[in-house]
Design a protein around this ligand. Structure first.
Ligand code: FMN
Length: 251
C-alpha cells in the first residue's frame, strides 16, 4: 500500500484484536522513529510488551475495545513548534503503520498516563500515545457510534480553503491537498486548520480562535496530510513550520 493509499484508508481505530504486531513490522516502525527523532529533535519511542495478553497502554474502556501490546509514545518539547512537529511526524508514523496493515489512533486524552513509562526529561511532554495493533474486522456498534457522532461535525471541502480565486480554478494538486486535510484526524474533530491559496502561495493557518491546546498537533497533521496528497497529485514539496507557514513546491 502506498502512503497515499494509507492516507485514504486511515480511520481512527478504537477496537483492536487480541493479536501482537509482528517483530518485522515493529522493527520497521522503530527504524522510522529513529529517522524522525534524528531529523526533528523529537523523542518518539515505541513500546511493546511482545505479548498479546499484556497491554502496552491502558486505553479508556469508554472509547476503546480490545487492547494493544504495542504503542508509540509521541514525546517532544512543550512549545508550539515542537507540538506541530509532533503532529507532522506523528502522522508520518501513523500512515506507515496503516501501510503495514495496522490500525492506529491519535490519543491525547482517553488513556491512563500512569500506565506508560514516558521517562520525560527537561521540558519534554508526552503529547499523545498511538496504539498500534490490528483492527477487528467488524467494528462494534459502540465504536461505530462514537466515530459517527464525532465525525458528524465535519465541515465541507470548501470550508477548508481560503482563496481569492474561484475554487474551480485552483490547481488540482492544491485541491487534492485540501481534501486530505479535510479527511485527516484532528483532536475531537475540531478541524481547526485551513489552507490558504493567495497569489499562487499555499499557506496553512489555524482559523479557529478558541481551538483547544492540541491545535498545533492538528496543524502539523494537516500539513503532512496535504504534502502526501499533493505529491500523489504530482507536486512534491515541503512546509515551513509555524502557523501561517508556507508550502514550498519543488521545481
Ligand atoms: C491530537 C489528537 C488527539 C486525539 N485524542 C483522542 C483521544 O484522546 N481519544 C480518542 O478516542 N480519539 C482521539 N483522537 C482522534 C479524533 O477523535 C479523530 O481523529 C477525529 O474524530 C476524526 O476521526 P477519524 O480520525 O476517524 O477520521 C485524537 C486525534 C488527534 C489528532
Amino acid at each position: 500500500m502506498t502512503e497515499f493509499e494509507a492516507l485514504q484508508n486511515r480511520v481512527s481505530v478504537r477496537s483492536y484484536e487480541k493479536r501482537a504486531v509482528e517483530p518485522e513490522k515493529l522493527a520497521e516502525l522503530s527504524g522510522l522513529i529513529e529517522e524522525i527523532n534524528s531529523a526533528s529533535g523529537l523523542a518518539f519511542r515505541l513500546v511493546s510488551t511482545g505479548d498479546a495478553s499484556v497491554p502496552a497502554v491502558k486505553l479508556s474502556a469508554a472509547m476503546f475495545s480490545g487492547a494493544v501490546s504495542s504503542c508509540a509514545l509521541l514525546i517532544g518539547g512543550a512549545d508550539e513548534i515542537s507540538s506541530e512537529m509532533v503532529g507532522y511526524f506523528g502522522q508520518k508514523l501513523m500512515l506507515r503503520a496503516v501501510s503495514l496493515g495496522l490500525g492506529a489512533c491519535w490519543v491525547a486524552g482517553t488513556f491512563d498516563r500512569k500506565s506508560v513509562e514516558a521517562e520525560l526529561t527537561g521540558d519534554t511532554r508526552l503529547w499523545d500515545v498511538m496504539p498500534l495493533g490490528y483492527a477487528t474486522e467488524k467494528v462494534p456498534l459502540k465504536q461505530r457510534t462514537i466515530r459517527a457522532a464525532i465525525r458528524s461535525k465535519s465541515r465541507k471541502l470548501e470550508d477548508f480553503i481560503e482563496s481569492d480565486h474561484p475554487l474551480s480554478t485552483l490547481p488540482k494538486w492544491v485541491m487534492a491537498g485540501v481534501e486530505a486535510v479535510k479527511d485527516g484526524p484532528s483532536a475531537v474533530n475540531q478541524q481547526p486548520v485551513n489552507i490558504v491559496y493567495k497569489d499562487g502561495l499555499v499557506t496553512a493557518r489555524i482559523w479557529k480562535e478558541n481551538a483547544n491546546a492540541l491545535k498545533y498537533n492538528d496543524l502539523g497533521i494537516a500539513k503532512y496530510q496535504f504534502q502526501v496528497a499533493a505529491e500523489a497529485a504530482g507536486v512534491r514539496g515541503f512546509w515551513n513550520f509555524g502557523d501561517g507557514g508556507d508550502f514550498i513546491a519543488d521545481n
